[in-house]
Design a binder for this molecule. Structure first.
Ligand SMILES: NC(=O)C1=CN([C@@H]2O[C@H](COP(=O)(O)OP(=O)(O)OC[C@H]3O[C@@H](n4cnc5c(N)ncnc54)[C@H](OP(=O)(O)O)[C@@H]3O)[C@@H](O)[C@H]2O)C=CC1
Ligand SMILES: O=C(CO)[C@H](O)[C@H](O)COP(=O)(O)O
Length: 467
């Protein structure tokens, strides 16, 4: 039998879609799934693409079905499942073979697996794939990390299945070790933040302006025809317009307000803290998901204090401007965090390429990312808020953000992400801040010392013997 060019383990939502995409682009692919009946059902439903799919029912059969040097994609849940599959595959693989973890992964795990692979003589790539099921099937955004030579070996297949922005494939090597998974993690952190900010303006429309779901859908559709054009605004319109087949009510009005999460947003927030790279909008978005899941406490809070959200005097245009400003602030934070990680870990992540690889295929794709790619190409070391295009947009829209946050605060709407973005923006445009007080306090109780504005070599205050 003709050997496959590549193998794949894990025919769940993403793995099945990715395998069909690979087969559709003309590559013969061998597949294996822990539950064998899933493999059989996958092939039975693959239609004419089944001709390029080799179903296997043991890992040995999978390995035997692939032409050496082999490349095997893992598309299984993050954590133990990946380690288990690597441990099971490793004894079956040779020196030049390659394992690609294409699921979401904590980059610390990827760094560890990369180091272990080097010792064991099997190549390892940690690769972020974004775009959900639809993206995986028809063109995801792919962020690779690991040995450059290993990436180059599989790049022809990966670029053939990736989304395209114009003619440019959205599949890029981001650096060694965990760089690819780190970039995907920050992508997801931004995804959390973008979703949360959209959710906050949805809440203002629903509870502050008294708009019904179809009217809210119209607003999102309108925004999606303008500067906010993006996949997340587009699907928010579709979600708001959908009707529950069971009750005939708007879908949004029957969905429980408790958000799930698998961990990538939390990983972003934790790593940002380690890197001392502020990403307050992302942190706020993670916090908001955590609060959302504490339904019983929220019910008790409403009983104790009364429902928060009251009518607001805002326009849909105010909300659009606030979202524009919030989005710029959040992406600026995300790219700054990537820059900090790249420098700390010595990865050399190409920031303009990150923006480019996110322009199509992935969940955070938007028109704005094309302008961000241009701004980062001009000067990768400059904070995006200082790039002329985005500085001009912020000057135009930060007033709307301020108005929206203020009206929300006065009328009981919690806007954690938009408020966090505004607070960060105001700190970032204040040359003389207030941390002199913190330094005074630290010196008072702990003799930690401080620098003086006048440069004099006196590093302690007259605290009456305390310092
Ligand atoms: N869904 C999405 O939108 C996206 C998901 N991802 C990431 O892709 C990866 C896969 O996600 P998704 O396809 O949604 O998940 P699914 O739950 O749909 O599929 C999981 C797959 O992994 C297999 N599996 C689970 N545990 C093990 C194990 N211990 N050993 C071997 N195989 C196992 C399952 O096999 P079995 O049939 O036997 O249960 C199944 O094939 C995750 O890392 C996820 O974070 C990335 C981007 C988008
Ligand atoms: O990686 C993804 C999208 O880019 C996955 O859909 C991921 O599951 C989203 O994160 P969460 O489940 O925590 O919302």
């Amino acid at each position: 039998m003709e050997l496959a060019e590549i193998g794949l383990v894990g025919l769940g939502t993403m793995g099945a879609a990715l395998a069909l995409n690979i087969a559709e682009k003309g590559h013969r692919i061998a597949v294996w799934n822990r539950t064998g009946t899933v493999t059989d059902a996958f092939v039975a439903e693959a239609g004419e693409l089944a001709a390029r799919v080799v179903p296997t029912h043991s890992l040995q059969a999978l390995v035997d079905a692939i032409a050496p040097p082999r490349a095997i994609i893992l598309m299984v849940p993050a954590g133990d499942a990946v380690d288990q599959q690597i441990a099971a595959l490793r004894p079956l693989l040779g020196k030049d073979d390659l394992i690609i973890d294409a699921g979401n992964a904590n980059f610390h795990d990827t760094e560890r697996r990369s180091a272990e692979a080097e010792v064991q003589g099997v190549s390892f790539i940690g690769m972020g794939v974004s775009g959900g099921e639809e993206g995986a099937r028809h063109g995801p955004s792919i962020m690779g990390g690991g040995p450059r030579a290993a990436w180059d070996r599989v790049a022809p297949i990966l670029t053939s299945i990736a989304a395209r922005h114009g003619e440019v494939p959205c599949a890029t090597w981001m650096g060694p070790g965990g760089a690819g998974h780190f970039v995907k993690t920050v992508h997801n952190g931004i995804e959390y933040a973008d979703m949360q900010m959209i959710t906050e303006v949805y809440g203002l429309m629903r509870d502050g302006l008294g708009m019904a779901a179809p009217a809210i859908a119209d607003v999102f559709d309108g925004w999606n025809a303008g500067a906010l054009r993006s996949y997340l605004v587009e699907i928010s319109g579709a979600v708001a317009r959908a009707v529950d087949p069971e009750t005939g009510a708007a879908m949004l009005d029957v969905i429980l307000d408790a958000a799930g999460q698998k961990g990538t947003g939390r990983w972003t927030a934790i790593e940002a803290q380690h890197l001392a790279a502020p990403v307050p909008v992302i942190e706020a978005a993670v916090m908001a998901r955590n609060v959302s899941s504490r339904l019983a406490e929220r019910q008790a809070g409403q009983a104790a204090f009364g429902a928060g959200p009251q009518p607001v005097s805002l326009t849909v245009e105010d909300l659009e401007g606030a979202l524009m400003a919030g989005k710029i602030l959040c992406y600026a934070q995300g790219f700054t965090m990537l820059d900090a990680a790249s420098k700390t870990f010595g990865w050399g992540v190409p920031l303009p390429e990150c923006a480019k690889v996110w322009r199509a295929g992935c969940i955070i794709r938007s028109d704005m990312l094309d302008h961000m790619a241009q701004a980062l190409t001009e000067d990768p070391g400059r904070n995006l808020i200082l790039a002329p295009t985005f500085a001009a947009l912020l000057k135009q829209h930060h007033g709307a953000l301020r108005k929206v946050v203020a009206a929300a605060a006065l009328n009981g709407h919690g806007l954690p992400a938009l408020s966090a973005g505004l607070a960060w923006f105001d700190l970032m445009r204040t040359a003389r801040g207030t941390a002199n007080m913190i330094q005074g306090q630290r010196d008072f109780f702990g003799a930690h010392g401080f620098d003086r504005l006048d440069g004099k070599p006196v590093h302690h205050g007259p605290w009456g013997g305390h310092a």
